[in-house]
Design a protein around this ligand. Structure first.
Ligand code: GTP
Ligand code: SPV
Ligand code: MN
Length: 590
């Protein structure tokens, strides 16, 4: 298939390095997909699910040592270390290539090399970018086909934009974590990834291009690439207010984006634009406009069920790939929560390692980071505007953490600068989305710690600059669905009920919501939240909205060394906001 000369030359160069048996250019056709799947069914790497319950859907089990993003093996390779910042692992481009090129040498011998042209962003959008991923994993190709727009549509855009594309070379290598590297070269817009076939390590359009490289490009070019869901909240008048939310990995973006409102009968509903990534640009009207660069969802399976996220359940009911979930004797996928009244799967269910669960009672049936890959177009709540080339206008940014203590259910920042500080100071408990310890609080500014492709201090400066450039910057909120009571259970019902918090934000944006001023921002008065029909004790509501001086002084203290790492590069406005928070906390009685 003809591409531009530069594209063909790069693919040939990669082939000389990796020595595949053959090169296949991916067109994105149905037939081609069926062929890829047939190959994986034949070699046993995929299993067909129950065709009547889950048409055209498959189970894939990854290598047991390759089940999540590996942040410690992910690098930003800039000429100067300080441009990558203390928030990233760094190697110089030269050192990185010298170290990793030998791993690519001959790594595709005996394998097929796929060249996958893909488009991030809706076709015809000024936001859209073309990437080309070279990979030796048919599983990666199949996932890219769902999560991005692949093949001809990307080549057409490439032809229209003068042949510009972002190259990404990927090989599963030998899957040994000791020889795994996820390398980004933002100065030459290049990605090299070897040794993993999982998620954000391997589907290069997602975290590598659409966040790490795109955040760098946005910094240089005056736009933003964020780890954000995008939703539209329709009110009883039929007006839709668009909001974008940054929560750390596995902390509720997909769920909020697809929320089914319990107050739909009163005219409140949520439309889904995106569930993981937002690209934002200032519009001529002085607002920020957002597109979802993706074409599908790579969603967390555990916890997803008809009671928590019915829209996700419909979305994943066909044409989907399930990774590292359980398999019941009826050939249905299984994970905790898929059937709300079933704590345990049926006897004879096969766990994610491929063994009968009875043989391995200590192994979870589904891996905690097991995922579904499904087309966005199948989502019942998908917005009619989700592929609008110019995107949707954003009225609010929502930051969110997973915090058993400290952070109240919701609060609003005083203004844009304070909002940037609220995002910069975010903390959240770690999850299974990345390897490492789970449940420990870490600073995860704007949910971008693993995804910001440059010095985080420069990123905050960029946020401040963007706000100053637009006439109508979004209102900024912070939420926490995960606050726990003394008995260790969640205080807030979450999921669909989060609509009530979105409604308060809507009221704040439109000037009617009631709030009290606290040291951390505006917190709803208990009567400002519509809690009708919820069985919440007034003490619980009080606990959910409480600002504890002692807890917040602890939080302040935890932020200090994090900010200090950035030295002189930390924007003065952030340092000042941090000091002013301290003064407001000190003035609080108690
Ligand atoms: P990534 O795809 O990793 O970026 O994750 P995400 O931010 O999209 O998270 P997702 O919505 O998939 O949720 C992750 C986990 O949190 C799932 O197990 C959900 O069931 C659970 N979760 C989501 N929203 C809520 C909520 O409001 N309350 C509670 N208790 N759990 C939630
Ligand atoms: C995340 O970890 O934030 C994800 C999943 O969205 S992955 O694509 O693996 O990065
Ligand atoms: Mn994510």
């Amino acid at each position: 298939m003809p591409g531009t000369a530069a594209l063909e030359a790069w693919v040939e160069e990669c082939a000389r390095l990796t020595r595949p048996d053959q090169i296949v250019w991916i067109t994105g056709s149905e037939q081609e997909y069926e062929g890829l799947i047939a190959g994986m069914l034949a070699d046993g790497s995929m299993t067909r699910l129950n065709e009547s319950a889950y048409p055209n859907s498959y189970l894939y089990r990854s290598d047991p040592t390759d089940v999540a993003r590996t942040e410690e093996l992910t690098y930003i390779c800039t000429e100067r270390e300080e441009d990558a910042g203390p928030n990233n692992n760094w190697m110089s481009p030269r050192e990185a290539k010298e170290k990793v090129r030998p791993l690519f040498e001959g790594c595709m011998r005996g394998r097929t090399m796929y060249a996958v042209p893909y488009l991030m962003g809706p076709a015809g959008s000024p936001h859209a970018k073309v990437g080309v991923e070279i990979t030796d994993s048919p599983y990666v190709v199949a996932n890219m086909r769902i999560t991005t727009r692949i093949g001809q549509i990307a080549l057409d855009t490439l032809a229209e934009n003068g042949g510009e594309f972002i190259p990404g070379l990927h090989s599963i290598g030998d899957l040994d974590p000791d020889r795994r590297y996820i390398l980004h070269f933002p100065e030459e817009k290049l990605i090299w990834s070897i040794g993993s076939g999982y998620g954000g390590n391997a589907l290069l359009g997602k975290k590598c291009l659409a966040l790490r490289l795109a955040s760098w490009m946005g910094w240089k070019e005056g736009w933003m690439a964020e780890h954000m869901l995008i939703l539209g909240l329709e009110d009883p008048d039929g007006n839709v207010t668009y909001m974008a939310g940054a929560f750390p990995s596995a902390s509720g973006k997909t769920n909020l984006a697809m929320l089914v409102s319990p107050l739909a009968d009163r005219g409140w509903r949520v439309w889904t634009v995106g569930d993981d990534i937002a690209w934002l640009r200032p519009g001529p009207d002085g607002r920020l406009w957002a597109v979802n660069p993706e074409n599908g969802f790579f969603g967390v399976a555990p916890g997803t069920g008809p009671d928590t996220n019915p829209n996700a359940m419909t979305t994943l009911s066909k044409n989907s790939i399930f990774t590292n979930v359980g398999l019941t004797p009826d050939r249905l996928p299984w994970w905790p929560g898929i059937n709300p009244d079933e704590k345990e799967p049926p006897a004879g269910t096969i766990n994610w390692l491929g063994h009968p669960k009875e043989q391995e009672p200590d192994v979870p049936v589904a891996h905690p980071n097991s995922r579904f890959t499904s087309p966005a177009s199948q989502c019942p709540s998908i917005s009619p505007h989700w592929e609008d080339p110019q995107g949707v206008p954003i009225s609010a940014f929502i930051f969110g953490g997973r915090r058993a203590r400290v952070a109240p259910l919701v609060y609003q920042a005083f203004n844009w600068q304070h909002g940037v500080f609220v995002g910069a100071g975010m903390g959240s408990e770690t999850t299974a989305a990345a390897t490492g310890e789970v449940g420990v609080v870490r600073r995860d500014p704007m949910a971008m710690l693993p995804f910001c492709g440059y010095n985080m201090a420069d990123y905050w400066s960029h946020w401040l600059t963007m706000g100053a450039q637009i006439a109508h910057p979004p209102a900024v909120f912070h939420v926490n669905w995960f606050r726990k009571g003394s008995d260790g259970t969640f205080l807030w019902p979450g999921f669909g009920q989060n609509a009530r918090v979105l409604m308060w934000m809507h009221d704040r944006i439109h000037g009617t919501g009631r709030a009290r001023e606290t040291p951390i921002g505006y917190v709803p008065t208990p009567d400002a939240l519509d809690l009708s029909g919820l069985d919440l004790a007034p003490e619980t509501v009080e606990q959910l909205l409480a600002i504890d001086k002692h807890d917040w002084l602890g939080e302040w203290g935890d932020q200090a060394p994090f900010f200090n790492q950035f030295g002189q590069r930390l924007p003065a406005a952030i340092a000042r906001e941090h000091l002013e928070l301290r003064a407001r906390l000190d003035a609080l009685p108690g």
